[in-house]
Design a protein around this ligand. Structure first.
Ligand code: PLP
Length: 382
């Protein structure tokens, strides 16, 4: 048979997927597995948002639309950016995408040539490396567990460095990157002339609301491709809706990619997104408080277990405790002995080893049950 492309065949299935598969097999055999591993919050989309989508469909918004997205939604995104990051955008520099993941792909497609290098954070979201590869580039991992080591970053830069991906708040560590670190990266980006891709898909889930953004730093809106999404903010993961906020002059290239791939995001999905943004103040603070309360409860109970040290997260719905022992072994131990699924930190890259990622995206009852089971199992004895 003819060969499939090396570009895609060579991608490794993510460890997240491997664990999900183990969970699926266990469930199929009749075991009730409690999942603390999902990045998909247990929140149903607000009925008013669903109503906005169905209204748009009944009103005939079922055709091709502008590839950059509807002007109404792009205007609302300009407003959002100005309110939340202080950056001033023209609607022409906003492009609506099917989710944050495709926003990332579109950004990379627009900037990466064969063998260009893109620096990716570790521990970091599992799709960064594969997305860079699919665009023909080479991911260069940079360890940044507790802080961005500027000297290590300076050493990672080569003449082929096209961009660095930064994610704040961070999946999996739940850290919010401080402005001082962003400024240090900004300085190197200016000096060496590379782009910054700034993934802020968890920015609405920061407990105290303080969000240093790359595009908010003077002069950096011109170098930064902002990736954002409605998925985590509004419990809309399945709607596939996100956006790019772009440097002046970049939107033409990105729109070409959108035109020749998906054409456009469905208009009725965008109508739902517009309604979601309109309802922001009514919806988001409640979600944020729910996740924060669950994280607090979870951290307190984890810290009561010998060998686990769990800092209180600043954001997101994840916790990233350090554990005494091999993270993969402990994740398997909990799955095999007490039917609880968590992710080993090393599935987010080597620098995540010695940690676990727990998500508080299940119901409160399931969370409490899972924590009781984890307390019962403890860490495997050596
Ligand atoms: N970026 C990060 C850091 C994520 O964790 C995710 C989802 O898990 C995404 C981007 C993409 O989310 P979506 O494509 O649903 O917007």
């Amino acid at each position: 048979a003819p060969q499939l492309s090396a570009r895609v065949s060579s991608l490794k299935p993510s460890a997240t997927v491997e664990l999900t598969e183990r969970v699926r097999v266990a469930r199929a055999s009749g075991r009730k597995i409690l999942g603390l591993s999902s990045g998909d919050p247990n929140i149903d989309t607000d009925p008013r948002i669903i109503e906005a989508a169905t209204r748009a469909m009944h009103d005939g918004d079922t055709h091709y639309g502008p590839s950059a997205g509807s002007l109404a939604l792009r205007d609302a995104i300009v407003e959002r950016e100005s309110r939340l990051s202080g950056a001033t955008y023209d609607p022409a520099d906003i492009i609506v995408t099917p989710g944050g993941k495709f926003a990332l792909m579109a950004a990379l497609m627009a900037m990466v040539d064969a063998d260009d290098e893109v620096i990716v954070p570790v521990p970091g979201w599992v799709s960064y490396g594969p997305c860079v590869r699919m665009c023909g580039g080479r991911p260069v991992p940079l360890a940044m567990l507790d802080t961005i080591d500027v000297e290590a970053l300076a050493r990672a830069i080569t003449p082929r460095t096209k961009a660095i991906i930064l994610n704040s708040p961070v999946n999996p560590t739940a850290r919010v990157l401080p402005e001082a670190e962003l400024r240090q990266v900004a300085e190197l980006a200016r000096k060496h002339g590379f782009w910054i891709i700034f993934d802020q898909v968890y920015r609405d889930l920061i407990h105290d609301g303080t969000f240093p953004s790359m595009q908010g730093i003077e002069g950096m809106r011109e170098r930064t491709f902002v990736v954002d999404s409605m998925s985590k903010t509004f419990g809309m993961t399945g709607w596939r809706l996100g956006y790019l906020a772009l440097p002046p002059g970049a939107s033409k290239a990105v729109v070409k990619f959108i035109q020749h791939s998906i054409y456009c995001v469905p208009g009725f999905i965008q109508a739902a997104g517009l309604e979601a943004l309109r309802l922001y103040d009514q919806i988001v603070p409640g979600y944020r408080a729910t996740f924060e309360a669950r994280q607090k409860r979870t951290a307190a109970r984890l810290n009561g277990i010998e060998g686990i040290s769990c800092p209180l997260p600043e954001a997101t719905f994840y916790l990233f405790p350090a554990i005494a022992g091999d993270d993969i072994e402990i994740a398997r131990h909990w799955l095999d002995t007490v039917d609880v699924a968590v992710l080993p930190g090393s599935s987010f890259g080597e620098a995540g080893a010695g940690h676990l990622r727990l998500s508080v995206t299940c119901s409160d009852a399931d969370l409490d049950e899972a924590l009781a089971r984890i307390e019962q199992a403890g860490l495997p004895s050596k």
